[in-house]
Design a protein around this ligand. Structure first.
Ligand SMILES: *[C@@H]1O[C@H](CO)[C@@H](O)[C@H](O)[C@H]1NC(C)=O
Ligand SMILES: *[C@@H]1O[C@H](CO)[C@@H](O)[C@H](O)[C@H]1NC(C)=O
Ligand SMILES: *[C@@H]1O[C@H](CO)[C@@H](O)[C@H](O)[C@H]1NC(C)=O
Ligand SMILES: *[C@@H]1O[C@H](CO)[C@@H](O)[C@H](O)[C@H]1NC(C)=O
Ligand SMILES: *[C@@H]1O[C@H](CO)[C@@H](O)[C@H](O)[C@H]1NC(C)=O
Ligand SMILES: *[C@@H]1O[C@H](CO)[C@@H](O)[C@H](O)[C@H]1NC(C)=O
Ligand SMILES: *[C@@H]1O[C@H](CO)[C@@H](O)[C@H](O)[C@H]1NC(C)=O
Ligand SMILES: *[C@@H]1O[C@H](CO)[C@@H](O)[C@H](O)[C@H]1NC(C)=O
Ligand SMILES: *[C@@H]1O[C@H](CO)[C@@H](O)[C@H](O)[C@H]1NC(C)=O
Ligand SMILES: *[C@@H]1O[C@H](CO)[C@@H](O)[C@H](O)[C@H]1NC(C)=O
Ligand SMILES: *[C@@H]1O[C@H](CO)[C@@H](O)[C@H](O)[C@H]1NC(C)=O
Ligand SMILES: *[C@@H]1O[C@H](CO)[C@@H](O)[C@H](O)[C@H]1NC(C)=O
Length: 532
């Protein structure tokens, strides 16, 4: 599956040309790309809907001028952004959103919500660096059009929440996921009324700490019994928190280090010490006993569930040791090496980095004015608490609401990038093995039987937005739950593997039967190259 050049059927050079290897006195062979069978997509403005049904007197104050975003030299299309009150009383606060209607006819009566995690991280991160129509990613020269934006598939709204995050307004009062969901539900009702989206089918997606937000919100939507506003169909979470801290970090850490082996460049003495610690702390045995399919019974509470034993913090040991040999070691994507790149959102890896003289895009007054945001300081991840006392009193979703959401939703997809160290794939599998859904506990069969997840070959080879194709991971579905891996992705799957994420959303929306499906992208039916 990694023999990229074998997979190109006919010989034709396109935009993907050889990268210079001059400094080693070599000339790289030209990459062979397949011959487009129909016209190449015109690079230009995003399609703009004529007489949009969303362009009404009620929405005028949210209109964003698609040609006036600073640094963006193309029309981003029709969109609406601004603050939306949570209740009728402005003192109860407001959430900030940016909504993009899709021109896809299948999107007529559906809406997809995207939420970043943190807690306290802005969903505008996802917007600008993962799945929005405009991408400005680490180290890149300027914003570019994103051919993999989820707006191609459906109507998408990026929402900053809970109160305390990004541009949101109001006092922080949340102490639990119930409070967070209540804020969102209030916002969403007003949003639906403003854009006349009553009766729309709702999809909720997110990443990381949104492993709390998304299932809890889905649960609240389903519990509301109100299909006018809260008609939830399906959810998608990337690299989420679903269980005790140690399930996602310390317990699988030694297996993660073994899996990635030489990539992490850890010395033999350290590796021995790591394995000894993992054994002494009970992690190795816990993983061996419990990462079994089907599960043998309820999983015991893990050793040091809240990472509350410093000598047993294997995750931290690896972080320190890997950072010594690779000071740019990125806990979100462990194949990252130096240099540390400039990030227009100020957070290019494991830590904040704003070079002297650099700006933060959404902190610019000119940007804030265009997107109807309050003119104020903006942080990708809030320096203030978004929960009272920094404490979310809700149990993780895998130990509470997620199983029943699986039972009630059409589809639940838990995606995971294997290069993610901060939350590891084996932890997601452990969390799944302890959930009872569809009347049984966990997956009945394990990774050995998982199928290849397929991403169609395509002709989107703009050098600013290259995205892979072929078998890029594995997937498995049982009783409404799908787990999907992306081999060469870090934590932010739509950022690192946009074509794979696009495929996941096609499945989320019910547009393809499963992730092994060999057909073309639903939006590129004339131009794709399904194999087999
Ligand atoms: C949108 O912005 C462009 C560029 O600033 C400007 O020329 C145009 O008049 C604006 N359109 C509207 C409707 O305000
Ligand atoms: C929020 O609600 C207050 C009071 O009803 C109202 O004055 C204000 O305009 C609302 N804000 C927004 C952004 O809708
Ligand atoms: C937030 O709290 C402060 C101090 O407690 C209070 O003065 C203010 O009115 C509150 N703001 C809102 C929007 O509730
Ligand atoms: C809710 O969404 C489903 C699709 O999941 C759709 O079939 C149904 O008609 C919607 N219900 C209402 C009341 O709009
Ligand atoms: C929703 O319906 C369920 C089942 O009919 C019922 O148990 C629950 O109380 C209802 N919830 C609300 C908020 O009406
Ligand atoms: C997960 O754990 C299993 C069992 O220890 C191991 O074989 C596998 O390589 C691990 N996978 C990853 C991605 O760390
Ligand atoms: C930490 O774990 C080690 C190894 O299991 C154990 O000996 C030690 O007592 C633990 N310390 C605490 C504070 O629990
Ligand atoms: C598994 O679930 C049981 C309850 O059924 C709970 O007591 C235990 O802590 C859970 N363990 C893990 C690892 O989630
Ligand atoms: C091996 O790695 C550990 C952890 O970073 C470090 O303390 C130790 O000095 C290293 N050994 C050598 C020989 O570099
Ligand atoms: C954000 O903008 C404010 C106001 O212009 C400025 O004082 C602050 O330094 C900016 N912060 C960053 C990190 O650029
Ligand atoms: C927050 O912490 C203070 C001081 O420890 C405590 O009095 C208060 O009850 C806490 N509030 C919540 C909601 O936990
Ligand atoms: C998304 O839409 C744009 C504009 O129509 C198009 O260029 C691009 O190829 C589409 N992407 C996919 C994956 O279909």
């Amino acid at each position: 599956m990694k023999l990229f050049s074998l997979l190109f059927a006919s010989l034709l050079t396109t935009a993907v040309t050889a990268r210079s290897a001059q400094h080693v006195g070599k000339k790289l062979p030209t990459l062979e790309a397949r011959q487009p069978q129909s016209k190449v997509h015109r690079r230009g403005d995003f399609p703009r809907r004529q007489n949009s049904k969303y362009d009404t007197s009620a929405t005028q104050k949210y209109v964003v001028n698609g040609t006036s975003l600073p640094y963006v030299d193309f029309d981003i299309g029709e969109s609406y952004a601004g603050l939306m009150n949570i209740t009728d009383d402005a003192d109860d606060g407001a959430l900030y959103f940016w909504f993009f209607p899709s021109v896809n006819p299948a999107a007529e009566k559906e809406v997809l919500i995207w939420l970043n995690g943190g807690p306290g991280c802005s969903s505008l991160e996802g917007f600008l660096q993962e799945n929005g129509p405009v991408l400005w990613q680490y180290g890149t020269y300027k914003p570019v059009q994103n051919p993999w934006t989820w707006v191609n598939l459906t109507n998408v709204v990026w929402v900053e929440q809970p109160i305390g995050t990004g541009f949101t307004q109001g006092n922080v009062t949340a102490t639990s996921e119930k409070d967070v969901a209540a804020q969102f539900m209030g916002f969403f009702k007003n949003f639906v009324d403003t854009f006349a989206m009553q009766g729309y089918t709702v999809y909720i997606s997110g990443e990381s700490y949104a492993g709390y937000y998304v299932p809890y919100l889905a649960d609240a939507f389903l519990n509301a019994n109100d299909t006018t506003y809260y008609n939830l169909s399906s959810i998608l979470v990337y690299d989420g928190v679903y269980s005790y801290d140690s399930i996602g970090d310390n317990i699988p850490t030694a297996s993660f280090v073994d899996y990635w082996g030489p990539l992490l460049d850890l010395n033999a003495t350290f590796l021995e010490q790591l394995h000894n610690t993992s054994e002494a702390c009970g992690y190795t045995q816990y993983l061996n006993d419990n990462l079994v399919f089907p599960p043998k019974g309820p999983l015991p509470t893990p050793p040091y569930p809240n990472d509350n034993n410093d000598t047993c913090n294997t995750w931290n040991m690896v972080y320190q040791a890997a950072s010594a040999v690779n000071p740019c070691f990125d806990i979100y994507q462990v194949a990252t090496t130096c240099p540390l790149l400039w990030d227009v959102l100020g957070f290019p890896g494991s830590f904040d980095y704003v070079p002297d003289g650099a700006f933060i895009y959404f902190n610019l007054t000119d940007v804030q004015t265009v997107i109807n945001a309050p003119v104020q300081e903006w942080y990708e991840c809030s320096p203030i608490n978004v929960f009272v006392n920094r404490t979310d009193n809700s149990p993780p979703s895998g130990l509470s609401v997620l199983p029943s959401v699986i039972d009630r939703a059409d589809r639940v997809i838990l995606g995971h990038g294997l290069l993610d160290f901060i939350l590891q794939y084996n932890g997601t599998l452990l969390a799944v093995q302890n959930m009872t859904f569809g009347g049984m506990q966990g997956f009945q069969s394990g990774p050995d039987s998982f199928e290849d997840a397929y991403v169609p070959y395509h002709e989107e080879y703009q050098l600013g937005t290259l995205a892979g194709a072929g078998v890029m991971g594995q997937f498995h579905t049982e009783r409404g739950l799908t787990v999907a891996t992306v081999d060469l992705s870090g934590h932010m799957v739509p950022q690192y593997a946009p074509s794979a994420a696009y495929r996941h959303v096609e499945f989320l929306l019910g547009r393809i039967p499963d992730l092994g499906y060999r057909g073309p992208f639903t939006t590129m039916s004339n131009t794709s190259y399904g194999r087999d």
